[in-house]
Design a protein around this ligand. Structure first.
Ligand SMILES: Nc1ncnc2c1ncn2[C@@H]1O[C@H](COP(=O)(O)OP(=O)(O)O)[C@@H](O)[C@H]1O
Ligand SMILES: [Mg+2]
Length: 254
């Protein structure tokens, strides 16, 4: 299996304060990496560094990020836009909020697709419907405004937008954390099916270790900007080396 993502010695600072302090991991094609650990430990900052979305003031101060064999640590805006809409998809905790409120979901996804592909509307709808039927998203959602759909539907619309161009990597920051348990379980299963179908690699942040146990091939445990442990699901859940990991598992009754 070939490697899709490698992060080496990543350090990230906000205004001179290091919040990610030396992180190393790699993800192969089709693998799911879960990043877990307490609030403020740097999980979102790692995802944003990979996705080129560090907020103003955030800066990579050391380390390298390789995607599909190419270094992407510092890319020009143009190259980044191409990569981010196409080969790397992203989904966040509240996907509804990342859509513009006054335009339909379908119009917005079609527009973002058109920035990368010369698809006409008919072809776009064909591809969208194929994917929507796989992720339990009613076709009528394309004609809806973001504020008129439920949180579960909004997350699925976010997944549709992030994966319609079949990216090689999906970055997902707590995509199920704002959902009720039924929708959580369904979205997790839909992400697993998507991985199966598209052979997509997923790097997902969650603080839910039960979800981590269900989904992960590999797990990265973070605490206070430091990498506590990185290993396979079996290793982390059956023989965690670090006391902090053992405590997290105990707190989650695992
Ligand atoms: N835009 C920002 N400006 C300043 N500090 C930030 C910013 N974003 C995050 N931080 C700080 O960086 C640390 C890591 O944050 P984050 O990566 O969001 O953690 P997590 O996702 O694990 O909860 C926290 O201490 C947080 O307060
Ligand atoms: Mg976060």
């Amino acid at each position: 299996m070939s490697e899709i993502l490698r992060v080496e010695g990543l350090r990230v600072a906000y205004g001179g304060k290091n919040v990610v302090r030396g992180v190393n991991f790699s993800v192969k094609r089709g693998e799911i990496l879960i990043i877990a650990g307490e609030s403020g430990s740097g999980k979102s900052t790692i995802l944003k560094s990979i996705g080129g979305l560090l907020n103003r003031g955030g800066k990579i101060v050391n380390g390298q990020i390789f995607f599909d064999g190419r270094e992407i640590t510092f890319l020009s805006d143009k190259k980044r836009r191409k990569l981010s809409g196409e080969a790397i998809g992203m989904i966040f905790q509240n996907a509804g909020a990342s859509f513009c409120p006054i335009r339909t979901i379908g119009d917005q996804i079609f527009e973002s697709v058109r920035a990368h592909r010369d698809w006409d509307e008919k072809f776009f709808l064909k591809r969208a419907f194929e994917l929507m039927s796989k992720i339990n998203l009613e076709f009528s959602v394309l004609n809806e405004y973001p504020f008129r759909i439920s949180g579960g539907m909004a997350q699925r619309a976010g997944i549709l937008a992030a994966t319609i161009l079949e990216p090689k990597l999906l970055l997902a920051d707590e995509p199920t954390s704002a959902l009720d348990v039924v929708n959580q379980a369904e979205v997790v299963k839909e992400l697993l099916k998507l991985r199966e179908r598209q052979k997509i690699s997923i790097v997902m942040v969650t603080h839910n270790l039960k979800i981590a146990k269900f989904m992960a091939d590999k797990i990265l445990i973070m605490k206070n900007g430091l990498q506590v442990e990185f290993g396979t699901r079996e290793q982390i859940f059956s023989s965690p080396k670090e006391i902090y990991t053992q405590e997290l598992l105990k707190a989650a009754y695992l």
